[in-house]
Write a protein that binds this ligand. Structure first.
Ligand code: 5AD
Length: 483
Protein backbone atom coordinates (compact mmCIF):
# COMPACT_ATOMS: atom_id res chain seq x y z
CA UNK A 1 0.00 0.00 0.00
CA UNK A 2 1.63 3.19 -1.13
CA UNK A 3 -0.85 5.76 0.15
CA UNK A 4 0.61 8.16 2.61
CA UNK A 5 -1.29 11.11 4.00
CA UNK A 6 1.94 13.03 4.40
CA UNK A 7 2.46 13.03 0.63
CA UNK A 8 -1.01 14.22 -0.32
CA UNK A 9 -1.51 17.24 -2.58
CA UNK A 10 -0.70 20.44 -0.77
CA UNK A 11 -2.64 23.65 -1.16
CA UNK A 12 -0.67 26.87 -1.03
CA UNK A 13 -2.49 29.38 1.18
CA UNK A 14 -0.13 32.29 1.54
CA UNK A 15 3.52 32.25 0.67
CA UNK A 16 5.38 29.70 2.73
CA UNK A 17 2.25 28.30 4.37
CA UNK A 18 0.73 25.10 3.07
CA UNK A 19 -2.05 22.86 4.22
CA UNK A 20 -2.76 19.28 3.09
CA UNK A 21 -6.06 18.77 1.32
CA UNK A 22 -7.23 15.48 2.75
CA UNK A 23 -10.57 14.15 1.73
CA UNK A 24 -12.75 11.33 3.03
CA UNK A 25 -15.75 9.36 1.86
CA UNK A 26 -17.88 7.35 4.24
CA UNK A 27 -20.54 4.82 3.29
CA UNK A 28 -22.86 3.52 5.95
CA UNK A 29 -24.73 0.23 6.06
CA UNK A 30 -27.33 -0.80 8.63
CA UNK A 31 -29.20 0.79 11.50
CA UNK A 32 -29.68 4.37 12.72
CA UNK A 33 -26.98 3.79 15.33
CA UNK A 34 -24.55 3.24 12.46
CA UNK A 35 -25.85 6.29 10.61
CA UNK A 36 -25.28 8.37 13.71
CA UNK A 37 -21.87 6.81 14.43
CA UNK A 38 -20.85 7.85 10.91
CA UNK A 39 -21.99 11.40 11.64
CA UNK A 40 -19.69 11.42 14.67
CA UNK A 41 -16.77 9.85 12.78
CA UNK A 42 -17.23 12.47 10.04
CA UNK A 43 -17.19 15.21 12.70
CA UNK A 44 -13.92 13.88 14.15
CA UNK A 45 -12.31 13.76 10.69
CA UNK A 46 -13.48 17.26 9.75
CA UNK A 47 -12.10 18.67 12.99
CA UNK A 48 -8.71 17.31 11.87
CA UNK A 49 -8.94 19.14 8.55
CA UNK A 50 -10.39 16.39 6.36
CA UNK A 51 -13.04 17.37 3.85
CA UNK A 52 -16.00 15.10 3.03
CA UNK A 53 -16.57 14.17 -0.64
CA UNK A 54 -19.55 12.50 -2.28
CA UNK A 55 -17.70 9.94 -4.38
CA UNK A 56 -15.10 7.42 -3.28
CA UNK A 57 -13.06 8.20 -6.41
CA UNK A 58 -12.34 11.67 -4.99
CA UNK A 59 -11.38 10.50 -1.50
CA UNK A 60 -7.98 9.96 0.10
CA UNK A 61 -9.63 7.94 2.87
CA UNK A 62 -12.54 5.61 2.18
CA UNK A 63 -14.45 4.35 5.20
CA UNK A 64 -17.13 1.67 5.30
CA UNK A 65 -19.29 1.61 8.40
CA UNK A 66 -20.56 -1.93 8.30
CA UNK A 67 -23.50 -4.01 9.53
CA UNK A 68 -23.46 -7.71 10.34
CA UNK A 69 -27.00 -8.23 11.61
CA UNK A 70 -27.71 -10.61 8.72
CA UNK A 71 -25.38 -12.39 6.30
CA UNK A 72 -26.57 -10.29 3.35
CA UNK A 73 -25.73 -7.04 5.15
CA UNK A 74 -22.30 -8.31 6.16
CA UNK A 75 -21.47 -9.26 2.55
CA UNK A 76 -21.86 -5.70 1.31
CA UNK A 77 -18.47 -4.51 2.51
CA UNK A 78 -16.75 -7.51 0.93
CA UNK A 79 -18.38 -6.79 -2.41
CA UNK A 80 -17.16 -3.16 -2.19
CA UNK A 81 -13.62 -4.30 -1.38
CA UNK A 82 -13.77 -6.98 -4.09
CA UNK A 83 -14.69 -4.34 -6.67
CA UNK A 84 -11.64 -2.29 -5.66
CA UNK A 85 -9.39 -5.29 -6.06
CA UNK A 86 -10.78 -6.00 -9.51
CA UNK A 87 -10.55 -2.53 -10.98
CA UNK A 88 -7.67 -1.20 -8.89
CA UNK A 89 -9.76 1.80 -7.81
CA UNK A 90 -8.52 1.59 -4.23
CA UNK A 91 -4.87 2.03 -5.20
CA UNK A 92 -3.20 4.93 -3.43
CA UNK A 93 -6.09 5.36 -1.01
CA UNK A 94 -6.48 4.53 2.63
CA UNK A 95 -9.35 2.14 3.21
CA UNK A 96 -10.89 1.62 6.63
CA UNK A 97 -13.60 -0.73 7.84
CA UNK A 98 -15.65 0.39 10.83
CA UNK A 99 -18.58 -1.04 12.75
CA UNK A 100 -19.95 -4.50 13.30
CA UNK A 101 -18.21 -6.48 10.54
CA UNK A 102 -14.91 -4.85 11.53
CA UNK A 103 -15.46 -6.05 15.08
CA UNK A 104 -16.56 -9.50 13.97
CA UNK A 105 -13.75 -10.17 11.50
CA UNK A 106 -11.05 -8.20 13.33
CA UNK A 107 -7.50 -8.58 12.06
CA UNK A 108 -8.61 -11.17 9.51
CA UNK A 109 -9.53 -8.17 7.36
CA UNK A 110 -5.85 -7.37 6.84
CA UNK A 111 -5.31 -10.85 5.36
CA UNK A 112 -8.58 -11.10 3.47
CA UNK A 113 -8.43 -7.59 2.01
CA UNK A 114 -4.82 -6.34 2.07
CA UNK A 115 -5.86 -2.89 0.86
CA UNK A 116 -7.54 -2.31 4.26
CA UNK A 117 -5.42 -0.17 6.64
CA UNK A 118 -7.87 0.47 9.48
CA UNK A 119 -10.22 -1.94 11.24
CA UNK A 120 -12.21 -0.43 14.08
CA UNK A 121 -15.30 -1.62 15.97
CA UNK A 122 -17.81 0.81 17.45
CA UNK A 123 -16.63 0.18 21.02
CA UNK A 124 -13.27 1.77 20.04
CA UNK A 125 -14.51 4.95 18.36
CA UNK A 126 -13.47 7.00 21.37
CA UNK A 127 -9.89 6.11 20.29
CA UNK A 128 -10.37 7.37 16.73
CA UNK A 129 -8.13 10.44 17.05
CA UNK A 130 -5.29 8.21 18.23
CA UNK A 131 -5.93 5.69 15.44
CA UNK A 132 -5.90 8.51 12.89
CA UNK A 133 -2.55 9.66 14.33
CA UNK A 134 -1.20 6.19 13.56
CA UNK A 135 -2.57 6.26 10.00
CA UNK A 136 -1.12 9.72 9.42
CA UNK A 137 2.23 8.45 10.68
CA UNK A 138 2.19 5.86 7.89
CA UNK A 139 1.06 2.78 9.85
CA UNK A 140 -0.96 0.55 7.54
CA UNK A 141 -2.35 -1.99 10.01
CA UNK A 142 -4.21 0.13 12.50
CA UNK A 143 -6.83 -1.50 14.68
CA UNK A 144 -9.31 -0.70 17.43
CA UNK A 145 -10.94 -3.96 18.43
CA UNK A 146 -11.22 -4.05 22.24
CA UNK A 147 -14.76 -4.78 23.43
CA UNK A 148 -14.40 -4.49 27.19
CA UNK A 149 -15.00 -0.76 27.20
CA UNK A 150 -17.00 1.24 29.70
CA UNK A 151 -16.89 4.32 27.50
CA UNK A 152 -19.44 5.77 25.13
CA UNK A 153 -18.41 7.52 21.92
CA UNK A 154 -18.93 11.08 23.14
CA UNK A 155 -17.84 13.88 20.88
CA UNK A 156 -18.79 17.49 20.37
CA UNK A 157 -17.79 17.19 16.73
CA UNK A 158 -20.78 15.39 15.21
CA UNK A 159 -21.55 16.41 11.63
CA UNK A 160 -25.31 15.83 11.38
CA UNK A 161 -26.63 14.95 7.93
CA UNK A 162 -30.28 15.85 8.55
CA UNK A 163 -31.07 19.49 9.30
CA UNK A 164 -34.32 18.84 11.14
CA UNK A 165 -34.04 15.52 12.92
CA UNK A 166 -31.06 14.95 15.19
CA UNK A 167 -30.04 11.49 16.29
CA UNK A 168 -28.63 11.15 19.77
CA UNK A 169 -27.25 7.91 21.19
CA UNK A 170 -28.12 7.52 24.87
CA UNK A 171 -26.99 3.92 25.43
CA UNK A 172 -24.49 1.77 23.56
CA UNK A 173 -23.97 -1.98 23.45
CA UNK A 174 -26.29 -4.79 24.51
CA UNK A 175 -26.32 -7.19 27.46
CA UNK A 176 -29.12 -9.44 26.18
CA UNK A 177 -28.27 -12.82 24.80
CA UNK A 178 -30.94 -13.38 22.15
CA UNK A 179 -29.99 -16.63 20.46
CA UNK A 180 -30.11 -15.15 16.94
CA UNK A 181 -28.35 -11.86 17.48
CA UNK A 182 -24.77 -10.85 16.82
CA UNK A 183 -25.00 -7.38 18.42
CA UNK A 184 -23.62 -8.25 21.90
CA UNK A 185 -20.53 -9.64 20.12
CA UNK A 186 -20.07 -6.61 17.89
CA UNK A 187 -21.08 -3.66 20.06
CA UNK A 188 -19.92 -4.72 23.50
CA UNK A 189 -21.61 -4.36 26.89
CA UNK A 190 -24.34 -1.84 27.70
CA UNK A 191 -23.18 1.59 28.78
CA UNK A 192 -25.56 4.47 29.40
CA UNK A 193 -24.72 8.14 29.07
CA UNK A 194 -25.48 10.42 32.01
CA UNK A 195 -29.01 11.91 31.96
CA UNK A 196 -27.81 15.45 32.70
CA UNK A 197 -25.45 15.36 29.70
CA UNK A 198 -28.17 14.01 27.42
CA UNK A 199 -30.62 16.76 28.34
CA UNK A 200 -27.91 19.42 27.97
CA UNK A 201 -27.05 18.11 24.51
CA UNK A 202 -30.73 18.09 23.52
CA UNK A 203 -30.98 21.74 24.62
CA UNK A 204 -27.98 22.60 22.43
CA UNK A 205 -29.60 20.82 19.48
CA UNK A 206 -32.81 22.80 19.95
CA UNK A 207 -30.75 26.01 20.10
CA UNK A 208 -29.22 24.97 16.77
CA UNK A 209 -32.70 24.74 15.25
CA UNK A 210 -33.56 21.04 15.48
CA UNK A 211 -37.21 20.46 16.31
CA UNK A 212 -37.09 16.64 16.30
CA UNK A 213 -34.72 14.47 18.30
CA UNK A 214 -34.50 10.71 18.06
CA UNK A 215 -32.94 9.01 21.08
CA UNK A 216 -31.04 5.90 20.05
CA UNK A 217 -29.84 2.69 21.63
CA UNK A 218 -29.70 -0.97 20.63
CA UNK A 219 -32.04 -1.35 23.57
CA UNK A 220 -32.93 2.24 24.21
CA UNK A 221 -35.25 1.54 27.14
CA UNK A 222 -32.56 -0.40 29.01
CA UNK A 223 -31.09 3.07 29.65
CA UNK A 224 -30.48 3.79 33.35
CA UNK A 225 -29.01 7.05 34.54
CA UNK A 226 -25.45 6.47 35.75
CA UNK A 227 -25.46 10.08 36.98
CA UNK A 228 -26.44 11.37 40.42
CA UNK A 229 -30.09 12.00 39.47
CA UNK A 230 -30.66 8.27 38.91
CA UNK A 231 -33.50 8.80 36.43
CA UNK A 232 -35.48 5.98 34.91
CA UNK A 233 -35.86 5.89 31.12
CA UNK A 234 -39.41 7.29 31.41
CA UNK A 235 -38.09 10.19 33.50
CA UNK A 236 -35.46 10.90 30.87
CA UNK A 237 -38.15 10.95 28.16
CA UNK A 238 -40.16 13.44 30.20
CA UNK A 239 -37.07 15.58 30.86
CA UNK A 240 -36.21 15.75 27.15
CA UNK A 241 -39.83 16.30 26.05
CA UNK A 242 -40.13 19.31 28.35
CA UNK A 243 -37.33 21.24 26.61
CA UNK A 244 -38.95 24.40 25.18
CA UNK A 245 -38.89 24.50 21.39
CA UNK A 246 -38.58 20.74 20.93
CA UNK A 247 -41.63 19.52 19.03
CA UNK A 248 -40.94 15.83 18.48
CA UNK A 249 -39.06 13.23 20.48
CA UNK A 250 -38.77 9.64 19.30
CA UNK A 251 -36.83 6.72 20.74
CA UNK A 252 -35.71 3.46 19.21
CA UNK A 253 -35.35 0.51 19.65
CA UNK A 254 -37.32 -0.62 22.70
CA UNK A 255 -37.14 -4.15 24.10
CA UNK A 256 -40.48 -5.52 25.34
CA UNK A 257 -38.82 -6.73 28.52
CA UNK A 258 -38.07 -3.18 29.66
CA UNK A 259 -41.21 -1.59 28.27
CA UNK A 260 -43.01 -0.22 31.34
CA UNK A 261 -46.39 1.47 31.92
CA UNK A 262 -44.37 4.56 32.98
CA UNK A 263 -43.18 4.96 29.39
CA UNK A 264 -46.80 4.94 28.18
CA UNK A 265 -47.66 7.43 30.92
CA UNK A 266 -44.82 9.71 29.76
CA UNK A 267 -46.22 9.61 26.19
CA UNK A 268 -49.72 10.27 27.54
CA UNK A 269 -48.66 13.36 29.41
CA UNK A 270 -46.09 14.89 27.00
CA UNK A 271 -47.40 15.96 23.58
CA UNK A 272 -43.82 16.34 22.32
CA UNK A 273 -43.23 12.60 22.79
CA UNK A 274 -44.35 11.14 19.48
CA UNK A 275 -47.25 8.71 19.73
CA UNK A 276 -45.21 6.00 18.08
CA UNK A 277 -43.57 2.90 19.58
CA UNK A 278 -41.37 0.38 17.81
CA UNK A 279 -41.54 -2.82 19.86
CA UNK A 280 -39.88 -5.81 18.17
CA UNK A 281 -41.72 -9.03 18.95
CA UNK A 282 -39.65 -11.32 16.64
CA UNK A 283 -42.17 -14.20 16.77
CA UNK A 284 -45.76 -14.86 17.79
CA UNK A 285 -45.22 -18.28 19.34
CA UNK A 286 -44.11 -18.59 22.97
CA UNK A 287 -42.15 -21.75 22.11
CA UNK A 288 -40.11 -19.90 19.47
CA UNK A 289 -39.69 -16.87 21.75
CA UNK A 290 -38.28 -19.16 24.45
CA UNK A 291 -35.77 -20.69 22.01
CA UNK A 292 -34.85 -17.19 20.88
CA UNK A 293 -34.28 -16.29 24.57
CA UNK A 294 -36.33 -13.13 24.30
CA UNK A 295 -37.34 -13.17 27.96
CA UNK A 296 -41.11 -12.87 27.39
CA UNK A 297 -43.99 -15.02 26.19
CA UNK A 298 -46.64 -14.13 23.59
CA UNK A 299 -49.07 -13.32 26.42
CA UNK A 300 -46.57 -11.09 28.24
CA UNK A 301 -45.85 -9.22 25.02
CA UNK A 302 -49.57 -8.75 24.38
CA UNK A 303 -49.95 -7.33 27.92
CA UNK A 304 -47.51 -4.56 26.92
CA UNK A 305 -49.53 -3.94 23.77
CA UNK A 306 -52.80 -3.68 25.72
CA UNK A 307 -51.12 -1.17 28.04
CA UNK A 308 -50.10 0.90 24.98
CA UNK A 309 -53.60 0.60 23.47
CA UNK A 310 -55.16 1.87 26.73
CA UNK A 311 -53.25 5.15 26.33
CA UNK A 312 -55.31 8.31 25.93
CA UNK A 313 -53.40 8.94 22.66
CA UNK A 314 -53.61 6.74 19.56
CA UNK A 315 -50.11 5.28 19.67
CA UNK A 316 -48.84 3.90 16.39
CA UNK A 317 -47.09 0.53 16.67
CA UNK A 318 -44.38 -1.10 14.60
CA UNK A 319 -42.35 -4.26 15.07
CA UNK A 320 -39.56 -6.54 13.80
CA UNK A 321 -40.21 -10.18 12.98
CA UNK A 322 -37.92 -13.05 12.10
CA UNK A 323 -39.46 -15.85 10.05
CA UNK A 324 -37.99 -19.33 9.74
CA UNK A 325 -36.06 -19.39 13.00
CA UNK A 326 -34.67 -22.87 13.72
CA UNK A 327 -37.48 -25.25 14.62
CA UNK A 328 -40.29 -22.83 13.68
CA UNK A 329 -43.23 -25.13 12.87
CA UNK A 330 -46.08 -24.16 10.58
CA UNK A 331 -48.31 -23.69 13.63
CA UNK A 332 -45.68 -21.39 15.21
CA UNK A 333 -45.68 -19.30 12.06
CA UNK A 334 -49.48 -19.17 12.11
CA UNK A 335 -49.22 -17.79 15.64
CA UNK A 336 -47.09 -14.99 14.24
CA UNK A 337 -49.77 -14.24 11.64
CA UNK A 338 -52.47 -14.27 14.30
CA UNK A 339 -50.39 -11.90 16.43
CA UNK A 340 -50.18 -9.47 13.51
CA UNK A 341 -53.97 -9.66 13.13
CA UNK A 342 -54.45 -9.12 16.87
CA UNK A 343 -52.05 -6.19 17.29
CA UNK A 344 -52.65 -4.49 13.94
CA UNK A 345 -49.26 -2.84 13.59
CA UNK A 346 -48.85 0.21 11.37
CA UNK A 347 -45.53 -1.09 10.08
CA UNK A 348 -43.63 -4.37 10.21
CA UNK A 349 -40.00 -5.07 9.35
CA UNK A 350 -39.70 -8.77 8.60
CA UNK A 351 -36.59 -10.83 7.95
CA UNK A 352 -35.69 -14.40 7.10
CA UNK A 353 -33.59 -15.93 9.84
CA UNK A 354 -29.91 -15.76 8.96
CA UNK A 355 -27.47 -17.69 11.20
CA UNK A 356 -24.75 -15.43 12.61
CA UNK A 357 -21.27 -16.36 13.85
CA UNK A 358 -20.79 -16.95 17.58
CA UNK A 359 -24.50 -16.79 18.37
CA UNK A 360 -26.24 -19.64 20.18
CA UNK A 361 -28.58 -20.25 17.27
CA UNK A 362 -25.61 -20.90 14.99
CA UNK A 363 -25.52 -24.42 16.40
CA UNK A 364 -29.28 -25.04 16.59
CA UNK A 365 -30.74 -27.98 14.72
CA UNK A 366 -33.99 -28.02 12.72
CA UNK A 367 -33.07 -25.38 10.23
CA UNK A 368 -35.81 -24.25 7.87
CA UNK A 369 -35.11 -24.50 4.11
CA UNK A 370 -34.54 -21.17 2.35
CA UNK A 371 -37.59 -21.59 0.06
CA UNK A 372 -39.83 -22.17 3.05
CA UNK A 373 -38.46 -19.06 4.77
CA UNK A 374 -39.21 -17.10 1.60
CA UNK A 375 -42.75 -18.49 1.44
CA UNK A 376 -43.41 -17.48 5.05
CA UNK A 377 -41.93 -14.03 4.52
CA UNK A 378 -44.13 -13.41 1.46
CA UNK A 379 -47.24 -14.64 3.27
CA UNK A 380 -46.49 -12.46 6.27
CA UNK A 381 -45.83 -9.33 4.21
CA UNK A 382 -49.08 -9.81 2.28
CA UNK A 383 -51.05 -10.24 5.49
CA UNK A 384 -49.46 -7.08 6.91
CA UNK A 385 -50.07 -5.14 3.70
CA UNK A 386 -53.81 -5.68 4.03
CA UNK A 387 -53.67 -4.53 7.65
CA UNK A 388 -51.81 -1.37 6.68
CA UNK A 389 -54.24 -0.54 3.89
CA UNK A 390 -57.10 -0.90 6.36
CA UNK A 391 -55.41 1.17 9.03
CA UNK A 392 -54.41 3.91 6.63
CA UNK A 393 -57.92 4.01 5.13
CA UNK A 394 -59.19 4.97 8.58
CA UNK A 395 -57.11 8.15 8.28
CA UNK A 396 -58.89 9.30 5.12
CA UNK A 397 -60.15 12.87 5.54
CA UNK A 398 -58.19 13.49 8.75
CA UNK A 399 -55.86 16.47 9.13
CA UNK A 400 -52.37 15.43 10.23
CA UNK A 401 -49.31 17.45 11.16
CA UNK A 402 -46.33 16.70 8.93
CA UNK A 403 -42.69 17.66 9.41
CA UNK A 404 -41.60 18.30 5.82
CA UNK A 405 -38.29 16.63 5.05
CA UNK A 406 -38.03 16.67 1.29
CA UNK A 407 -39.35 17.92 -2.00
CA UNK A 408 -39.61 16.14 -5.34
CA UNK A 409 -39.40 18.77 -8.10
CA UNK A 410 -40.53 16.34 -10.81
CA UNK A 411 -43.85 15.77 -9.04
CA UNK A 412 -44.14 19.11 -7.26
CA UNK A 413 -44.58 17.06 -4.11
CA UNK A 414 -43.39 17.79 -0.61
CA UNK A 415 -42.85 14.77 1.61
CA UNK A 416 -42.65 14.39 5.34
CA UNK A 417 -43.72 12.38 8.33
CA UNK A 418 -46.49 12.52 10.88
CA UNK A 419 -45.82 12.14 14.60
CA UNK A 420 -46.92 8.51 14.13
CA UNK A 421 -44.11 8.10 11.58
CA UNK A 422 -46.32 7.83 8.51
CA UNK A 423 -44.99 9.18 5.23
CA UNK A 424 -47.22 11.87 3.68
CA UNK A 425 -46.87 13.38 0.19
CA UNK A 426 -48.66 16.58 -0.74
CA UNK A 427 -48.42 19.32 -3.37
CA UNK A 428 -45.89 21.74 -1.96
CA UNK A 429 -42.81 23.78 -2.61
CA UNK A 430 -39.12 23.50 -1.77
CA UNK A 431 -39.42 26.14 0.96
CA UNK A 432 -41.80 23.86 2.88
CA UNK A 433 -38.78 21.78 3.89
CA UNK A 434 -38.02 21.98 7.59
CA UNK A 435 -41.45 23.36 8.49
CA UNK A 436 -44.61 21.77 9.85
CA UNK A 437 -47.66 21.50 7.60
CA UNK A 438 -51.26 20.56 8.34
CA UNK A 439 -52.32 18.13 5.64
CA UNK A 440 -55.74 16.59 4.98
CA UNK A 441 -55.48 12.96 3.82
CA UNK A 442 -56.99 12.51 0.34
CA UNK A 443 -55.59 9.12 -0.72
CA UNK A 444 -53.92 6.24 1.04
CA UNK A 445 -51.60 3.38 0.17
CA UNK A 446 -50.19 0.65 2.38
CA UNK A 447 -46.97 2.54 3.05
CA UNK A 448 -47.81 6.19 2.66
CA UNK A 449 -50.53 8.81 2.49
CA UNK A 450 -51.31 11.58 0.04
CA UNK A 451 -52.96 14.85 1.02
CA UNK A 452 -53.63 18.52 0.54
CA UNK A 453 -52.22 21.23 2.75
CA UNK A 454 -54.95 23.04 4.70
CA UNK A 455 -53.03 25.57 6.77
CA UNK A 456 -51.99 28.04 4.06
CA UNK A 457 -54.50 30.64 2.88
CA UNK A 458 -54.95 31.16 -0.90
CA UNK A 459 -52.39 28.56 -1.82
CA UNK A 460 -52.10 27.99 -5.53
CA UNK A 461 -53.12 24.39 -5.43
CA UNK A 462 -51.14 22.07 -7.66
CA UNK A 463 -53.12 19.23 -9.21
CA UNK A 464 -53.62 16.54 -6.63
CA UNK A 465 -51.62 13.44 -7.33
CA UNK A 466 -53.81 10.51 -6.55
CA UNK A 467 -51.80 7.42 -6.11
CA UNK A 468 -53.17 3.96 -6.31
CA UNK A 469 -52.65 1.75 -3.30
CA UNK A 470 -50.28 -0.39 -5.32
CA UNK A 471 -48.04 2.42 -6.51
CA UNK A 472 -46.80 3.79 -3.31
CA UNK A 473 -44.78 6.98 -3.49
CA UNK A 474 -43.28 6.49 -0.09
CA UNK A 475 -41.48 3.41 -1.25
CA UNK A 476 -39.60 5.43 -3.87
CA UNK A 477 -37.99 7.50 -1.18
CA UNK A 478 -35.19 6.55 1.04
CA UNK A 479 -37.10 6.09 4.23
CA UNK A 480 -35.50 2.81 5.22
CA UNK A 481 -35.14 2.33 8.93
CA UNK A 482 -31.90 0.76 7.98
CA UNK A 483 -32.14 -2.80 9.11
N1 5AD B 1 -31.47 -13.16 11.22
C1 5AD B 1 -32.52 -12.43 10.78
N2 5AD B 1 -32.92 -11.30 11.34
C2 5AD B 1 -32.24 -10.85 12.41
N3 5AD B 1 -32.41 -9.77 13.19
C3 5AD B 1 -31.44 -9.77 14.14
N4 5AD B 1 -30.66 -10.85 14.00
C4 5AD B 1 -31.14 -11.55 12.94
C5 5AD B 1 -30.76 -12.75 12.30
N5 5AD B 1 -29.73 -13.48 12.74
C6 5AD B 1 -33.51 -8.81 13.01
C7 5AD B 1 -34.37 -8.71 14.26
C8 5AD B 1 -33.95 -7.39 14.84
C9 5AD B 1 -33.63 -6.60 13.60
C10 5AD B 1 -32.78 -5.40 13.83
O1 5AD B 1 -32.96 -7.52 12.77
O2 5AD B 1 -35.71 -8.69 13.87
O3 5AD B 1 -34.95 -6.78 15.63
Amino acid sequence: MSANLGSMPALELTKGMTVSVKTFYIETFGCQMNVHDSEKVAGVLMARGYRPVDAHEDADIILYNTCSIREKAAQKVFSRLGAFRKNGAGAGKIIGVLGCVAQQEGERFFERAPQVSLVCGSASYARLPELLDQLEAGNRRVKGLALDTEECFETELTRRDNRFRAYLTIIEGCDQRCAFCVVPMTRGPERSRAGGKIVAECRRLVDQGYTEIQLLGQIVNAWRDPGPAGWSFAELLAGVAEIPGLRRVRFTTSHPRYFTPEIVHAIDSHPALCNQVHLPVQAGSSAVLARMRRGYSREEYLEKIYCIRRSSRAISLSTDIIVGFCGEKERDFEETLSLLARVEYDQVFAFKFSPRPHTDAEGFADTIPEEEKSRRLTALLECQRQIQIRRNQALFGQVLEVLVEGYQPRLGQAVGRTATNRVVNFPGKPSDIGGYAKVRVTAVGPNSLVGQRVDEANRASLPAVILSAAKDLGSTLDWARGH
